[in-house]
Design a protein around this ligand. Sequence first.
Ligand SMILES: [Cu+2]
Length: 338
Amino acid sequence: MVSALLAQSNSVWLPTDASTLAPEYDSLFYFVLWTSVVIFVGVVAAMVWFAYKYRRQSPDERPELVEESKLMEISWVVIPTILVLIVFTWGFRAFIKFGVAPPDAYQIDVRAQQWSWLFTYPDGTQSSELHVPVDRPVRLKMNSTDVLHSFAVPAFRIKQDVLPNRYSYVWFESTKTGTFKVYCTEYCGTQHSGMLADVVVQSQSDFEQWLQEAGTPEDMPLPELGQRVYQQQGCQACHSLDGSRMVGPTLQNAYGTERQFADGSSTVADENYLRQSILNPGERVVEGYQNVMPASYSSLSDRQVNALVAFIKEQSDAAEGTTAANSSQPPLQGSAAQ
Ligand SMILES: [Cu+2]
């Protein structure tokens, strides 16, 4: 097909095509584009030619009577109708293909949250990057914990709204290995434009190896595991580690320093405080911040929470030289709120 030949990958027009759906959409797009170009050029050329040919040449000239042409009238009804029907059937077939996942598709759960993506694989492994095997249909079961988001991968030519309280689905079969971008395409708050993720398309064996390593390995040191959980769970969307203020307070030097709360109380952050801040963020709201931290972290496993606490502790100068024994001591002051 001519239009398919013109549809080069990564052209000025369209992003790389990396799924089975892409060529269908692209060829339809180019069909509509080039048909429009041909019709547009034809109409404009005829217009210019007629304006010249039938120009008034003397003041008393009268236009000739033009006889109607049945052939022309029929053709300007029939040809556009055929074109529209071609576009309709073509588009409808692609739409059905997009809407119906093959029954053997590999299912990955997607959680959208202000402002990050979390992917959960059938074995329970979680990641903030979407990893998928190449040449295999993948079906995403998607859900949001807060507002409307929209999952879009231009390279796969897919886009689907992600809603709270309900699942939505999208599927694709990638055809190229490599890294592509996921965008959130529904305005979902302050950090909406930063709600990005990578899709890493790998060979089946690389994918399986990655899946094995990506779990939460037993032998991984807690702070290191904590860093991983921190990224997977999207904490960095709201908390910095360098002291800068974001939607949430920075976690640099959070541990071991005094925290002021909106209700006027205060406490020195110890491990229990960090733990409670993650599991039950609404309980004590840090002064000057909104109570917007997701409550969904209450479902993290104990090991994940321990790891996060260890990681946050590591971001603090006050943690230098502390030992595990310190954590069982009462906070230095103002622990009444616990
Ligand atoms: Cu979003």
